[in-house]
Design a binder for this molecule. Structure first.
Ligand SMILES: [Zn+2]
Length: 211
């Protein structure tokens, strides 16, 4: 399954889009994985030795992703997600496939699996490290750092889970309170970014995330 994955085997870059599982509509199209009836499985082993997999069922209008997911050492949950596709004409003939983000409906070449679901990077609150500057960069990086400490999903408004074993209650309370402030700041920042994108027009259907 050459079209799937990008650095999913490597957790050193956790916290930026590059470090997470990513699916690429253009590569999947090129490798025939969007054909009706196509079925494949992508597997990798995490640093902690756990087996991970994603099953993919191809299709012209939508694809289906099935995988297991767990957070913070909790129970595995089976996740099955349908992702709709959008085809647009290419300049020099043929059609190009795009994913429609399951949350915001925007047309995307990449979707990122950074929590329980594959979403566009804006919906995950993830950004390429190089594209951020100054204050908002600092807010996002601090937010991800705190989230990794307490084992929370990196997505904005994502599940925080239970207190990790071995962490003092007072420390956990302090980090949770800090996270409240960081998430508010990050959400305001993401919302402004979405509004700027919307102002550029195009076939996007933005709505304010219901965190
Ligand atoms: Zn989205």
């Amino acid at each position: 399954m050459g079209g799937m994955g990008s650095g999913g085997q490597n957790s050193r870059h956790r916290g930026t889009v590059e470090g997470w599982r990513r699916i690429d509509a253009a590569k999947m199209q090129k490798h025939g994985e969007l054909a009706v009836g196509w079925f494949g499985r992508w597997t990798w082993t995490s640093d902690d030795g756990e087996e991970n997999y994603i099953h993919l069922s191809g299709g012209h209008h939508s694809i289906r992703l099935s995988y297991r997911y767990r957070q913070n050492g909790g129970d595995w949950q089976d996740v099955s997600q349908t992702v709709h596709l959008d085809w647009s004409p290419r300049h020099f003939g043929g059609e190009q496939a795009y994913f429609l983000c399951p949350k915001c409906g925007s047309r995307r070449r990449y979707l990122v699996g950074a929590g329980a679901r594959f979403l566009c990077q804006a919906c995950h609150g993830l950004v390429h490290a190089a594209s951020r500057e100054g204050e908002s960069d600092r807010v996002f990086r601090r937010m991800w750092k705190v989230k990794r400490k307490i084992g929370a999903e990196l997505a904005l408004g994502g599940l925080r889970g239970a207190k990790p074993k071995g962490m003092h209650r007072a420390t956990h309370d302090r980090l949770m309170a800090e996270l409240d402030g960081l998430e508010r700041a990050a959400l305001d920042d993401s919302y402004r970014m979405l509004m700027r994108l919307q102002a550029r027009g195009g076939r996007r259907r933005w709505s304010r995330p219901d965190f």
